[in-house]
Design a protein around this ligand. Sequence first.
Ligand SMILES: [Zn+2]
Length: 130
Amino acid sequence: MPNYEYQCTDCNHKFEIFQTYQDYGIRPLSCPKCKSSKIKRIIKPVRVARSEEDRFESLSDPEQLAGLEDDPQALGKMMRRMSRELGEDMGPEFDEVVDRLEKGQPPEEIEKDLPDLGSEGSGLDPSLDL
Ligand SMILES: [Zn+2]
């Protein structure tokens, strides 16, 4: 199934959506963050440069990952880089988590705020105001 990357033109939140070819362009879409329907398709950038790949390898080191637990912002950056590197769509929830990490929210708190994490189609709590 293809995934499509979008950016909200209201709050600039970026998110990806899984859609079948049948659904594409038919299903109404809205920003998972602010619920705006003013979203635009993002054309994916070209693959990362070589130096980025090298850094990704060093970031796969378990010891480095353990150290990141205490540094949400670094962890968020690392997760974003990893998902880009893998070229896999982690879903809107993943983006939500990364956004929160980059704002410095500890992982435990994010888990509490997002109890439906990982379950599909549950949607995010609309009352969450970031
Ligand atoms: Zn938005």
